[in-house]
Write a protein of this length. Structure first.
Length: 473
């Protein structure tokens, strides 16, 4: 044979994954020997001429005519084979415009995600206008767009809306520091499909801060400090963006109330106590000063919120902030030695007539004389009264009056009894203003006391006296 020719010609194309059997017009006594002489996109069986694909690209396959008797291989022919990529599926779309206004043309942008038979990885293929069908923006609503590529089809949805006329923001323009305000934005036409983005363009974090709603039609802002700030909303709608700004003024909070933790209290002489004032406002926490005062610095002195018990007594402590005040009563009591576990009461007189008084001395069981003002005094019945310094005074009636003394701030107490007796309003000698008697006789004089229950005999008159001494109790 003088020549050999591949039946499929000088070039051929095949899809990735397919096979192709190459042939020649070989005569009897000869055979073909096939080989790939350039490229790696295909492989060929040396005897059968069956070509399989390896990758996308071009390769040259050569056939050599072999004389089966002599083994000579001198005559050849070649074919260039192109392996094409085949689309297995369309996995979706990316970067497409999904919102349109009525009458708007299709925006040729984005890509389809194509998976080929030679790879498991999706490849982005730019969308062209000739891929698109069934796109309609004549009316509003959700529409389906169809894309075709190399025999494969995918779809995606778009929304068609009315055009935008204006953007608005509603809500308060002032806020008290520490409080929040809500702003609402929107469009004067249908809002379906619009997206929102809020930002602070002036005073961010120093005057106001965004609390919530940064990607919705409402946003909540908190006042941080007194000052002016600006907020802006950006609305994306129908493929366009629109902005609107709002000015926000942050005002100082005012004090609405104040209280002193713990309220009224009793403390010992010499004790130092730190008081705490709780100040409430209509906004942020109070950062100003609290002033303190005492109604009796001799009893309780103040230094800021620190009080010191100077002496026994009572004082009113007042805290003031922002025009509001709160007060508590502080009672200072004495401190007694631990050795005192009991007391004794001794009066300078225990038999009293109505209106008469007696003083009491208080002595501890350790021998310490206790100041009467360090004692709480009480009369246990209505026959006598007792002053704050332990002076007992008989009142109306007769009988036994009981007075009790208790060491302030303790349960240590004692009682003392007083005999309350009648008071004589007048005295009269029963025998009258004058009388006569014989020399050597005796005469017993008697008297009558008004206001007393019984008549009391008086001593006999003594000779050579013009007066009779009457001794009464």
């Amino acid at each position: 044979m003088n020549s050999i020719e591949i039946t499929q010609g000088a070039t051929a194309s095949m899809n990735y994954g397919d096979t192709l059997t190459l042939t020649t017009d070989v005569a009897t006594g000869y055979s073909n020997v096939w080989s790939v002489t350039d490229g790696s996109s295909v492989s060929v069986d040396a005897t059968t001429g069956v070509v399989t694909t390896n990758s996308i690209g071009k390769s040259t396959v050569t056939v050599t005519l072999k004389d089966n008797i002599t083994g000579a291989t001198t005559i050849t022919d070649t074919i260039e084979i192109t392996v094409d990529r085949v689309v297995a599926s369309i996995e979706g779309v990316t970067g497409v415009k999904e919102t349109y206004t009525v009458g708007e043309e299709f925006a040729v942008q984005g890509a389809i995600l194509v998976k080929y038979t030679d790879s498991d990885t999706a490849v982005s293929v730019p969308i062209t206008s000739d891929m698109v069908s069934y796109f309609n923006t004549a009316t509003t609503g959700e529409k389906t767009v169809t894309l075709q590529y190399e025999g494969k089809v995918t779809t995606f949805n778009v929304n068609v809306y009315e055009g935008i006329e204006d953007v608005y923001i509603t809500g308060d323009s002032t806020v008290i520091a520490g409080n929040t305000i809500q702003l609402t934005s929107g469009l004067t036409k249908k809002l379906t499909g619009a997206t929102y983005s809020w930002a602070i363009t002036s005073g961010e974090n120093s005057v106001i801060k965004l609390v919530s709603g940064g990607s919705s039609d409402t946003a909540v802002f908190e006042g941080v400090a007194v000052g002016n700030a600006e907020a802006k909303v950006t609305i994306s709608y129908g493929g366009e963006t629109y902005t609107k700004t709002a000015n926000i003024a942050v005002l100082a909070p005012t004090v609405t109330g104040i209280s002193i933790t713990g309220g009224d209290r009793t403390i010992d002489v010499g004790e130092v106590v730190d008081l705490e004032a709780v100040v409430t406002t209509n906004g942020a926490d109070y950062t100003g000063t609290v002033s303190w005062s005492s109604s009796n610095t001799g009893v309780v002195s103040v230094n800021g919120g620190e009080i010191t018990a100077e002496s026994r007594g009572e004082a009113t402590i007042t805290a003031t902030a922002g025009g509001e005040s709160a007060a508590i009563k502080v009672t200072v009591v004495p401190v007694f030695d631990d050795a005192i576990t009991g007391i004794t009461l001794v009066a300078n007189e225990t038999i009293l007539k109505e209106g008469n008084s007696a003083s009491i001395t208080v002595t501890g069981n350790d021998g310490t004389v206790i100041d009467n003002t360090d004692v709480t005094w009480s009369a246990l019945n209505g026959l006598a009264s007792v002053s704050s310094d332990g002076v007992v005074t008989a009142t109306a009636g007769t009988g036994t009056a009981i007075v009790q003394a208790t060491l302030i701030g303790t349960n240590i107490s004692a009682t003392i009894a007083f005999n309350i007796v009648d008071t004589m309003n007048s005295i009269e000698i029963t025998q009258g203003a004058t009388t006569s008697m014989n020399y050597g006789d005796t005469l017993t004089l008697t008297r009558k006391v008004s206001g007393h229950k019984n008549e009391i005999c008086i001593s006999e008159g003594m000779r050579n006296r013009d007066k009779v001494c009457i001794h009464t109790i």
